[in-house]
Design a protein around this ligand. Structure first.
Ligand code: C2E
Ligand code: MG
Ligand code: MG
Length: 722
């Protein structure tokens, strides 16, 4: 059965009893406070040993009184603290905040709570919460009662929490150790980067990440820097859990407590493998040839300088070998650059297999390689023998067939060598010597090794001097002369001339084109030279236009490949025709078969444009080059010129007779006329006529001659040779 509820009277009575008890308690409390207020001295322990600091400040902020807890917080005797400004104990960072709050307390708020960083007497700092209450006095200025609670621990915990959460959210790999370097925490990025899960590293030291790339000094210096500066930053190689090593940029920061004692180390790092890889790539590009990965010219020069110094110090000889592949250009042109590249790569591998570890194989570009041999015998003769042995080894290795994609190819090198043992010899000078020797090797018939010979250098020097003379000749122009050689028909009638260049050298006399055209081609001087020839020839045609005996003459002008490939060439020719007003059909440009090796399409299109304007074309030295019927058909040629080498021994050489016959038949088939050059005898002329040749040029009809001689009236009759 349920108990019946207590009667209402009973409840009312209990309530009254409670109220009376409460009033009594309040009264006791009041009494206690009054007693405390009244007699400070009597309750000194309660005031002085309270868990918080109490202090009273006057309106100027001077400490008027302070309890012992407060004095302990500031680390000084109470007697020494009174009458000192409270501001003196506020840390500089919070000084402004203190002044603002204090002023506001005096003027506006009567109660304020805030947090400040205060200074302990020994200058370490602590955080405190201040509860301030302004007490207005009936007389005089107000005072401020302050309760001080040390909240350093709470603050530190908060800071740690915030540091921890921000850092641990970062992408950077992080670890935190205690002051002894024992790992306390790691973040997920750390696990990702090192392969170690937190439980595998916590309690251990970061030593387990060491790769062995750095020595004890490195770590010692790191510890010293940490001690002095509080942090360390640098590149370091670490080891992944899987054993791989990787570079990283590590920052270690020391965490100290408010007493300046190291409590933790925080290490953060970023993986710099990619950056280092990019740096290496840049380095590779700067010092290595991208195709063969061999050192390039720059690195070679650097190694060469070291080799010179070593050689001078040790007395041991060194050698430079210049290697050029014979006919590389032809292979490149016929099989394409991809195959050319494969050849270069295989050549570099073979070269490296021919030398010792300390020697250098470099690629200068194109098909030019250099081998730098060091530490050879001290005697030049011995060193030369050693060099020759290695050179022959290279000749043999590079002459073996190459499998390039699906092609089996053959290539041979030409090697020039020079010895060195004197630091006074400049690198460039030695390179030049080896280069000269290499050209000599080429001249000697390729697949050859040649040592540098000072006499050869004299020739080269003369060559260089000739080039500068030629440059001068072109600008001065007075030294250049055109000679004209007659071309006659079956009846010996003069039908035209070939313009042949001569150089009237002030000291060396008349120089023939064979001695300076190759030089002009090599140096590019052929362009201004060729233009001069063309201009002079056109003006000569102009002057014959008014001459009844000569206005029918054609003018054959030799044009070099370089000139013909010049983008402005067609314009130059057409402009000259315009300027002079000559009949374009009288101008005959002589081209050679070798011209057809490159840019055939460009040449054909240039020829077609000029052909449309009436200009004629003759294929010079026909039969000596690589003629292909294919292009011969597509060229707008008017004439084939049988090379003089076939004419020379025509009467005795049956082969040449057959060749001449074929050329003539071919010309007829292709609807071209035919001219033979180098006709010196009547027998040659007759044989040519018998085979169907109709035009002739050669000493039999006249040598190349200056214009004055050509224009002399009595000469014309000479050509009537029937
Ligand atoms: P080319 O065009 O084949 O000229 C013919 C060469 O044969 C000329 O030599 C000429 O003097 C020579 N010759 C002519 N008839 C006879 C003969 O009956 N017997 C012998 N043994 N030789 C004869 P040259 O004048 O020394 O010219 C040599 C080459 O120089 C020319 O060969 C031509 O390729 C080049 N050349 C000459 N002038 C120029 C020019 O203005 N520009 C260019 N690019 N090359 C030129
Ligand atoms: Mg010619
Ligand atoms: Mg010729």
């Amino acid at each position: 059965m349920a108990t019946p509820p207590p009667p209402v009277e009973k409840l009312l009575h209990e309530l009254q009893v409670h109220q009376i008890e409460l009033e009594m308690q309040n009264e006791q409390l009041r009494q206690l406070q009054v007693e405390l207020e009244d007699s400070h001295n009597g309750y000194v322990d309660l005031y002085d040993f309270a868990p918080v600091g109490y202090l009273t400040l006057n309106h100027k902020g001077m400490i008027e009184e302070i309890n012992l807890t407060g004095a302990a917080m500031f680390g000084d005797e109470r007697g020494k603290l009174t009458q000192r400004p409270f501001a003196a104990f506020v840390a500089p960072v919070d000084s402004d905040q203190w002044h603002l709050h204090f002023q506001s307390l005096l003027k506006h708020d009567n109660k304020l709570t805030y947090e400040l960083q205060l200074l302990h007497n020994n200058s370490t700092s602590f955080y405190a919460q201040l509860d301030c209450l302004r007490i207005n006095k009936v007389e005089g200025a107000p005072v401020v009662r302050v309760t001080l609670a040390d909240i350093t621990e709470r603050k530190q915990a908060e800071a740690e929490k915030s540091i921890g959460s921000t850092t641990f959210m970062m992408q950077e790999s992080m670890l935190i150790t205690d002051s002894e370097g024992v790992i306390l925490r790691v973040n997920p990025a750390f696990t990702e980067c090192t392969g170690y899960a937190p439980e595998e590293v916590i309690g251990k030291t970061p030593r387990l990440l060491q790769s062995g790339h750095h020595n004890a000094d490195f770590y010692h210096e790191m510890r010293e820097t940490l001690k002095c500066k509080g942090n360390w930053r640098g590149e370091i190689w670490n080891q992944h859990k899987n054993g791989e090593t990787y570079p990283k940029l590590l920052t270690i920061t020391t965490i100290k407590n408010h007493q300046g004692i190291v409590t933790h180390y925080v290490g953060s790092h970023i993986d710099i493998s990619e950056r280092l890889a990019a740096e290496n790539e840049i380095k590779n590009l700067a010092f290595y040839d991208p195709l063969t990965h061999l050192p390039n010219r720059r690195l070679l020069l650097d190694r060469f300088k070291q080799a010179l110094i070593y050689s001078a110090r040790s007395g041991r000889q060194g050698a430079v070998l210049f290697i050029d592949l014979d006919n590389f250009k032809k292979l490149n042109d016929t099989l394409g650059h991809g195959i050319g590249d494969l050849l270069l790569q295989q050549v570099s591998e073979r070269l490296e297999s021919c030398v010792r570890e300390g020697d250098t194989v470099a690629r200068l570009g194109g098909d030019e390689f250099v081998v730098l041999l060091t530490d050879l015998n001290e005697q030049a003769i011995e060193a030369a023998t050693q060099t020759k042995t290695i050179g022959n080894k290279i000749l043999l290795a590079l002459s073996q067939p190459y499998l390039l994609a699906t092609h089996i190819c053959h290539s041979t090198p030409s090697i020039g060598a020079t010895l060195f043992n004197d630091v006074g010899q400049g690198a460039e000078e030695l390179f030049k010597q080896a280069d000269i020797a290499m050209y000599q090797a080429k001249k000697n018939g390729r697949c050859n090794l040649c040592f540098f010979d000072p006499e050869m250098q004299l020739l080269i020097t003369a060559h260089v001097a000739l080039e500068s003379d030629l440059r001068h000749a072109i600008t001065e122009k007075k030294q250049l002369v055109l000679y004209y050689q007659p071309q006659v028909d079956l009846h010996g009638h003069l039908v035209g001339v070939e313009a042949l260049l001569r150089w009237q050298h002030p000291e060396r006399g008349l120089i023939y084109p064979g001695d300076f055209i190759p030089l002009a081609e090599e140096s590019g001087l052929i362009l201004p030279l060729g233009y001069w020839v063309l201009t002079t020839a056109c003006y000569q045609l102009l002057s014959w236009m008014s001459h009844p005996d000569k206005k029918h003459l054609t003018m054959a002008v030799n044009v070099s490949a370089k000139q013909f490939n010049l983008p402005t060439f067609v314009d130059e020719v057409l402009t000259l025709i315009d300027q002079t007003g000559i009949d374009p059909t009288k101008l005959k440009l002589e081209i050679t078969e070798s011209m057809m090796l490159n840019n055939v399409e460009n040449i054909i299109s240039n020829m077609n444009i000029m052909k449309k304007h009436g200009i004629n074309f003759s294929m010079d030295d026909f039969g000596t080059g690589y003629s292909s019927l294919q292009y011969l058909k597509s060229l707008p040629l008017d004439q084939l010129k049988i090379d003089q080498s076939f004419v020379r021994d025509l009467s005795t050489n049956i082969n040449n007779q057959a060749i001449v016959r074929t050329i003539i038949a071919m010309a007829k088939n292709l609807d071209m006329n035919i001219i033979a050059e180098g006709v010196e005898t009547e027998e040659q002329r007759q044989l040519l006529i018998n085979n169907g040749c109709t035009i002739f040029q050669g000493y039999l009809f006249g040598r190349p001659m200056p214009i004055e001689q050509f224009d002399a009236p009595l000469l014309t009759s000479q050509f009537h040779h029937c």
